[in-house]
Design a protein around this ligand. Structure first.
Ligand SMILES: Nc1nc2c(c(=O)[nH]1)N[C@H]1C(S)=C(S)[C@@H](COP(=O)(O)OP(=O)(O)OC[C@H]3O[C@@H](n4cnc5c(=O)[nH]c(N)nc54)[C@H](O)[C@@H]3O)O[C@H]1N2
Ligand SMILES: Nc1nc2c(c(=O)[nH]1)N[C@H]1C(S)=C(S)[C@@H](COP(=O)(O)OP(=O)(O)OC[C@H]3O[C@@H](n4cnc5c(=O)[nH]c(N)nc54)[C@H](O)[C@@H]3O)O[C@H]1N2
Ligand SMILES: [Mo]
Length: 769
């Protein structure tokens, strides 16, 4: 059912606005989920599929990585989970006729939304050098083409193997094994753009780059701080957990430049009160921080805690931490309290009274959890910011006991598992030793490229083959023009995908689309029906079993694709039993059990309904496997973005109707935006000072320190109650504004939440000639 792509802009982006909502979910969420699901799947399939999401014998929701509770509702889904499922289980199909009709050059002018709406990919397709149409290709021929181009490289390090976060543990383990047997650690992943800053900060300070709380901990907490996260849209099931935590007496502080509806009030669709009543107020204290002001805020709280008699957990600090004295001296050395306040208020945009109120809540709490997501990780100073959060928790002994800890809330449903399986450009030597011992080859030891370095290598001609296990690299990465030009220099680009996206139409000299099974689909191999496993944001590993008939008989599973490709590329010399792995995923799990700590008896443990928790030394026994053997206090200088006169600080974020680069629709219900995505949210006072009435149109121009500028044209200005001096607009449309070199220190994550921009007023679209 391919719709004709219109000659010019295929999507009528004509935003209308009505002001933000003050509560989330409730009946409209169900109505909207069912509407989108029925459009994609029809009535019967909608019912069958949605009943299976996140059930113990069903499939893991391909939406977010929030954990499932132990007691499950019949419909353990949320609006956005339902949309993610509908997107995959859609009845629409992209066939060879579609590619015969549409040349790549015209598809490259279509919006990502339109491309995604065309449906599921159905067979392997090949774009030959110089050709403008993809043509069908057999799986064997497709693997031959990849093998040819890999064999032509001067070094295995001229190949890049990207992973998005939906890939199962089994597929991820095989994929990294293949890349390393081939000879490279070039395994960038979406994590590099996502929670890498959390991983960097946590590994150094507590010794494990993952969160330290389980779902039960939220129900035992006195205080939950949600910083830089919009769970109403991106982790809707977290609202149920927050509601339950509140019922148990917890208080919630939200730290965000935007008043996000989901954090204000939650109408739980599983309860009558939530469906027809007023719902539950979630946030007790809203700190409307200026973008990038979080490190200063936590530093201020830490200083106040240090100066309060009896506020420290001295026994914990003495026994379990390192660097406290230096930290305390550095904080006090920042000058007298008064000067410190001035700087804090400037950096955060908050009042002293607000911060003192937060302090009282902090001191009243015996068990505190801090949750965060992209609002903390995508800044230049994200790693020191998250380390300051760790300092904050360490001061009062809030790590490694029930109801307390760090909770980075992960994005993609298996992004955490992929990393556990070894998808990492800087693998630990112990991991490589274990691979070497188990598989009898010498894995490469030199670090590989992360996402940003991979783009530079492609741009500079040092990488020539780009292979992606899922994702939408050209749309998700920064500096769109630079990245697209870099990708076009490649000899070959290959995408293992479920849906059509921009990365299929901005390609290297040759390109392949390899269509694969999704989570919702039945996976039958030589050894019978298979299931896969995933790890959620809290380190729980469990099985996922699809039930739907595959979108096409020609799809291969991700493990089968990797196994067949590996055999073709590595030849009979590879001692790895690739065929056996593809035939029976339990054989892959046997090997994971022998290579990765915590997976001993993997097959037996995962057979238990609900799965098992991976060990986490700080959480389980207050052991901190860091360089010092203790939890480390760190005292980085406080940073925050400086914004010149007449400029704003732009964050790029998600609307309610998208999953990263997958656009479900053109509305952002909670923010009162309809029918369009090219909007920029600006505080009314700032907008007036810039001479921009509500509804005016403007180009966004980012200004980078080397003097270069980048432009995103034609955004409707929306007066919106964001923090002063700040602005917000949707990604991926704004990725064009993010300079490739604008990354977080240490983690190298694109700093896509703090861009200095100016707005240039333009005529309304209708008035342009
Ligand atoms: N439906 C849906 N679910 C998703 C996704 C999706 O696109 N759609 N994406 C998935 C993925 S991969 C991820 S990583 C997560 C993302 O989940 P989120 O991190 O919630 O996603 P964003 O939309 O980027 O929102 C960032 C939030 O941080 C706030 N923020 C921005 N800058 C700052 C700051 O400097 N300080 C503070 N304190 N707050 C700030 C923003 O106002 C916003 O509320 O969601 C996952 N789940
Ligand atoms: N400016 C800006 N840029 C950002 C962000 C931001 O906040 N602002 N966020 C960053 C973050 S947090 C992330 S995680 C990245 C996301 O980066 P990616 O993970 O690369 O992007 P997605 O849009 O999630 O990828 C969607 C595509 O994945 C494919 N897909 C879906 N399911 C499957 C599957 O089961 N198997 C396979 N093989 N393919 C599948 C489909 O073809 C779909 O088109 O973007 C980053 N980019
Ligand atoms: Mo993410």
């Amino acid at each position: 059912m391919a719709a004709k792509p219109p000659a010019s802009d295929p999507i009528q982006d004509a935003p209308e606005t009505g002001g933000p909502e003050h509560s989330a979910v409730g009946l409209p969420a169900i109505t909207n989920a069912l509407k989108i699901s029925r459009q994609q799947m029809g009535v019967r399939r909608t019912a069958l599929t949605l009943l299976r999401v996140n059930q113990k014998d069903g499939f893991d929701c391909p939406g977010c990585a929030w954990p499932e509770g132990d007691k499950r509702h019949t419909a353990e889904f949320c609006e956005n989970g339902a949309k993610a499922v509908a997107e995959e289980a859609t009845l629409r199909r992209v066939t060879e006729a579609f590619f015969a009709e549409h040349p790549v050059s015209s598809l490259a002018r279509c919006s990502g939304y339109w491309l995604g709406q065309q449906g599921r990919l159905t067979r392997p397709m090949y774009l030959a050098e110089g050709a403008d149409h993809y043509v069908p290709v057999s799986w064997d021929r497709a693997f031959d083409i990849v093998a040819e181009e890999l064999a032509a490289l001067d070094s295995p390090d001229e190949a890049v193997f990207y992973t998005s976060g939906r890939t199962s543990n089994e597929a991820a383990f095989l994929y990294q094994l293949f890349a390393r047997e081939f000879g490279t650690n070039n395994l960038p992943d979406c994590s590099n753009m996502c929670h890498e800053s959390s991983g960097s900060a946590l590994t150094e300070t507590i010794g494990v780059g993952k969160g330290s709380v389980l779902l039960e901990d939220l129900y035992k907490a006195d205080l939950i701080i949600v910083a830089g996260q919009n769970p109403g849209t991106n982790h809707p099931r977290m609202l149920t957990a927050l509601e339950k935590a509140k019922a148990g007496g917890a208080k919630i502080i939200s730290i965000n430049p935007l008043p996000e509806a989901g954090l204000e009030r939650f109408k739980n669709p599983q309860t009558p009160r939530g469906l027809v009543g007023g719902g539950t107020a979630l946030t007790d204290l809203f700190l409307q921080v200026r973008i990038g002001g979080d490190q200063a805020l936590f530093r201020a709280l830490n200083r106040l805690v240090l100066d309060t008699d009896g506020a420290l957990d001295e026994a914990f600090i003495r026994e379990h931490t390192h660097g406290f004295e230096e930290f305390a001296a550095a904080v006090r050395g920042e000058g007298p309290q008064d000067a410190h306040w001035d700087e804090t208020l400037r950096a955060t945009g908050l009042t002293r009274a607000e911060i003192e109120r937060a302090l009282r809540m902090v001191l009243d709490s015996k068990r505190t959890i801090v949750c965060w997501a992209m609002g903390l990780t995508q800044h230049k100073h994200s790693v020191p910011t998250i380390k300051e959060v760790v300092n904050f928790l360490l001061l009062r002994g809030n790590i490694g006991r029930p109801g307390a800890g760090v909770c980075p809330v992960r994005g993609h449903s298996n992004v955490q598992g992929d990393r556990t399986m070894g998808i990492f450009e800087r693998p630990a030597p112990a991991f490589l030793d274990a691979l070497e011992k188990e598989f009898g080859f010498a894995p490469p030891r030199a670090h590989g490229y992360d996402v940003v370095r991979a783009i530079r290598a492609l741009r500079d001609g040092q990488a020539k083959v780009f292979f992606a296990m899922g994702g939408n690299f050209v749309a998700a990465t920064p500096d769109t023009d630079v990245t697209e030009a870099a990708i076009r220099r490649a000899r070959l680009t290959v995408h293992v995908s479920t849906k059509l996206n921009r990365s299929h139409v901005v390609t290297g000299a040759r390109a392949l689309i390899l269509p694969t099974l999704g989570r919702t689909e039945r996976d039958i191999q030589a050894g019978g029906e298979q299931f896969v496993t995933v790890e959620d944001s809290m380190g729980m590993v469990h099985a996922s079993r699809g039930r739907l008939a595959p979108a096409s008989p020609q799809l291969l599973s991700e493990p089968a694709i990797v196994a067949r490709l590996a055999r073709r590329v590595l030849g009979p010399d590879s001692a790895t039993p690739w065929e056996e792995f593809a035939g029976d995923y339990a054989r892959i799990r046997d090997r994971i059990a022998r290579v990765i700590p915590g997976f001993e008896d993997f097959n037996a443990k995962v057979a238990r309904p609900g799965g098992f928790a991976l060990p986490h030394a700080p959480r389980d026994d207050r052991r901190f496997p860091t360089a010092t053997g203790k939890a480390n206090f760190t005292a980085a200088p406080v940073e925050y973005p400086e914004v010149p006169e007449g400029r704003l600080l732009l964050q790029t974020l998600r609307s309610h109707d998208q999953y990263n680069t997958t656009i479900y629709g053109l509305d952002d219900r909670y923010r009162g935006i309809k029918n369009g995505r090219r909007v920029v949210l600006v505080h009314p006072e700032d907008a007036r000072a810039l001479g921009l009435p509500d509804g005016a149109y403007a180009d966004l121009i980012s200004e980078w320190k080397d003097g270069s500028e980048r432009r995103a044209p034609g955004f409707r200005v929306v007066h919106y109650p964001t923090a002063r001096g700040c602005a917000a607009a949707y990604y991926p449309e704004t990725n064009v504004l993010v300079p490739l070199d604008h990354t977080a220190d240490t983690s190298n994550t694109p700093a896509s939440k703090s861009l200095v921009i100016r707005l240039e007023r333009t005529p309304e679209p209708g008035l342009r000639s």
